[in-house]
Structure formats: C-alpha cells, structure tokens
Design a protein around this ligand. Structure first.
Ligand code: AMP
Length: 428
C-alpha cells in the first residue's frame, strides 16, 4: 500500500471544490482589476530561485538535478518567476503591468495545521508604479477578495519595512545583519531580536527605539502612526517610511473602503525583498495569515533588469479554505439540474449516449448509468445522490421516438417525445 509523501495531500471532492471555488473567485477578481493571467513553470533553475528568495525559504526548496545535469528547484513562490519574465521577455512592455497567477508552490516546511509542503496561492502583482495608489490598490483588492468570498471580521496587519530599515541603516547595520534581525522579528522572537541588535553594536538610543517600535501597534491607525513618527524622529529615512504608510492608508480610508487595519510598527515579513509597505490578512481565531504582500521596488534590478517598482500580494488558497470552513461559509457553486440517463436494454445503450450528449449541449449536467444495474437499482442510486431527473430509454418508447422522463423528487413519470425532451426538462 502506498501513502502520500509526507507533507503532500490528496484533495478529495469537497476540499477540491472549495479550492477551485476560491481560485475561480480570485480569477474573476483579477479580471475586474485588469490583472492578466500568466502561467510560469513549476520547475525553475535553482540559481533563479536562490537569487532572491529569502535564506529561510531557500533552505527549504525541493532541489534536484534533472537528467540533463541541470540544478533545478520546484518554485517556492511566484515572484521570482515573474521577475524573470519582467526582466527578460517583457522588459519593453508599457507600464503599468498587472499580472495574476495561480498554482501550486513547494516548501519543505514542517507540516502542521495550515502549513503544507505543497500549497496553492493566487498572486497579484503590479509593476511600474512606486506611488501610494498602487499600494492602496493591492490592499483594496485583497479586501475585496475576502469580501467576495463572504468571510467575516477579517482584518489586516500592516507595517512598512522602511521604518526598521531607516533606523538600522542610520546605525550602519549591513543588509545581512538586518535580514537576520528581520527573521527573528518575523518569528516574533522579540527578546532574541533585541539581544541580536545589541550584539551588532547599535546605540542605546537605537535599542530604545527598537523596543518602542515592537510595542507600538493599534487600530487607531493615524494616532499610532503619529506615535511611531515621534519615536523615529531622529531617523530621517524611517520618518519618510511612516509618511508613505500614512498616505497609503489615508487614500484607502478617504476612498470610503471599509477595511479593518492594525498598524504594527515592528512588523516584519519573512521575504527579504520587501522595500515598503507590508501586510497580512487574518480572521479572528485563526492565528495564521491568509495572505500577505507588500512593495518590492528593487527585485527586478536584482534579476538584471532596469529598476522597476512593484507591489503585490499572495493569497494562500489552502488557508482561505480553512477560514471558510471555520466560518461555515458555503462554497458550493450553484448546481445545475442533474439527470441520469438509463438504458433499459443493452441494445439501446448507444441511444442513451446520444441523448446524454444532446442534453449536455443545452448545459444540463448528465450522467449515464454505467453499472449495468436494473432500472429500480439505478433509480435508487439516483435518489441517493439527489439527481433531479431520470431519462429511461426502453425499446417500446423508442419505436415512437419517445423516452420516459421521471422526476425523482416526487417519483412521477411521463412519456415525452425525444425532440421535446430538453425543453421539457428546462421548463420545470
Ligand atoms: P508568502 O509567500 O510566504 O508571503 O506567503 C503568502 C501566503 O501563502 C501566506 O499568507 C499563506 O496564506 C500562504 N502560505 C505560505 N506558506 C504556506 C504553507 N507552507 N502552507 C500553506 N500556505 C502557505
């Protein structure tokens, strides 16, 4: 007996339907916002993915040599592949460019609730604008997605990488040390993070500022930002970051968008390439992010392209599915009327196949009885599966170009002309 490989899952019909439903809503939304879908390969060169994915994710990539001795890896995120496209085939496209992608990603994470080694994301990225309205668009789009999915009480944690970076840059900390510190903060290891900062030799003033930033958060966003600005007043770059975040939130609020935001001054996301606003979405009682994103203005440059500012978000489809289950939101797509076509005799089976094709052409959901069961057993099975109609094909009726149409719900049946069958079903 074989089982799935550790961390890999089979998605059975109920789960698969939920995942595809979220995918469908995501795709519809991408069209409403003008994000064109692109499909990139699951397998990329190791060097591409290693170039700018964070150290933490890099270490957890599925990496191997293909038969041509190329070092390859399964994508742990979409952004590297899209950055590759933007810096090569699409380098001369007019800006802005808006792209949508959806698919599976692979990370050798420790499997746990909401964390899998194969998971799905829907991803929206906007290239070419460094303006706050682009950041606002990505946040509002995420807000709209969760709204369309009918999730309740969802909220956003929002911050700006420039706040910490501004402070640490002025203190002379190099990128590597800043990344290590950011990773500790991302894991919420506050004490360790402060100790690490102390070890790097930052000033007492800086340590005080860091401590205060880690404690500063709240839903009264402009008041919180006012406080953060005061805390970092001696660090010019950090002050600019606060102003930028202020502007983004102000745009969203003034547009009248209903959105729940909590500003967290010490918020850090795992991926190193963020340069500006960062955010994550949550629902109460589920302490794992449903999606997250932010601004990454230097990524394309790193891939050898011209500098192109960018902002984007990755929605975690698996986790949104968990959230929908937790909040008992129905994810069933409206079901079409379902019909089973049953042939009484083997001799009329070809006719059953022909009629089922005919009915499907009118958009009806049709199954053919394929188990060779007796009529009564086939009807009992149709009842069990809540099928709306049975079309029974017998040689006697067929001689007159007719079939029996049975309404399952009230067990009534009548003989109808084949030429009128579709109409008869659709009119009910
Ligand atoms: P990231 O690409 O790390 O910014 O993650 C974006 C979103 O993808 C997260 O907010 C999660 O919803 C989802 N996600 C990331 N890693 C996993 C995982 N191992 N399993 C399930 N979902 C994940």
């Amino acid at each position: 007996m074989f089982n799935t490989v550790r961390g890999m899952r089979d998605l059975l019909p109920i789960e698969a339907e939920k995942m595809r439903y979220i995918e469908q809503v995501s795709r519809e939304l991408s069209k409403l916002y003008g994000y064109d879908e692109i499909i990139t390969p699951v397998l990329e060169s190791y060097d591409l993915l290693a170039a700018k994915t964070s150290e933490e994710i890099r270490e957890r990539m599925y990496t191997f040599k293909d038969l041509g001795d190329r070092k390859v890896a399964m994508r742990p995120e979409f952004t590297a592949s899209i950055a590759r496209l933007i810096s090569t085939k699409m380098r001369n496209e007019p800006k802005p460019m808006r792209f949508f992608s959806v698919g599976s990603l692979y990370r050798y994470d420790e499997p746990q609730y909401g964390r899998y080694r194969e998971f799905w994301q829907s991803n929206y990225e906007l290239f070419g604008s460094d303006r706050p309205e682009a950041d606002a668009e990505i946040l509002m789009l995420t807000n709209n997605l969760l709204e369309r999915l009918e999730l309740k009480n969802y909220l956003f944690k929002i911050g700006h990488t420039g706040i910490l970076r501004g402070v640490l840059n002025q203190e002379g900390l190099d990128d590597e040390k800043q990344n290590s510190l950011r990773q500790l903060l991302d894991k919420k290891s506050w004490e360790e993070a402060l100790e690490f900062a102390l070890d790097t030799g930052v000033s007492q003033q800086c340590l005080g500022v860091l401590k205060s930033l880690l404690e500063t958060k709240g839903e009264d966003v402009f008041n919180v930002l006012e406080g953060v600005k005061e805390t970092v007043t001696k660090y010019e770059e950090a002050v600019c970051a606060v102003d930028n975040l202020w502007k983004i939130i102000e745009l969203i609020k003034e547009s009248g968008e209903k959105i729940e935001l909590t500003v967290e001054a010490g918020f850090a996301r795992g991926l190193e390439y963020y340069t500006g606003m960062i955010f994550e979405a949550y629902i109460p009682g589920l302490d794992i992010a449903l999606g997250g994103g932010g601004r990454y203005d230097r990524l394309i440059e790193i891939f050898g392209g011209e500098p192109i500012p960018a902002v984007g978000v990755a929605q975690g489809i698996d986790r949104i599915a968990l959230a929908l289950t937790k909040q008992k939101v129905s994810t069933k797509l409206p079901k079409k009327k379902s019909i089973v076509v049953i042939s009484v005799k083997e001799a009329t089976m070809a006719k059953a196949l022909e009629l089922s094709s005919l009915l499907r052409k009118s958009g009806l959901l049709v199954e053919v009885a394929v188990m060779g069961r007796s009529i009564s057993k086939a009807l009992a099975d149709a009842n069990r599966r809540k099928i709306a109609y049975a079309v029974i094909i017998g040689p006697k009726e067929l001689e007159q170009e007719k079939v029996v149409l049975r309404e399952m719900k009230n067990s009534t049946q009548r003989t109808v002309l084949i030429s009128k069958l579709t109409k008869e079903i659709l009119k009910d």
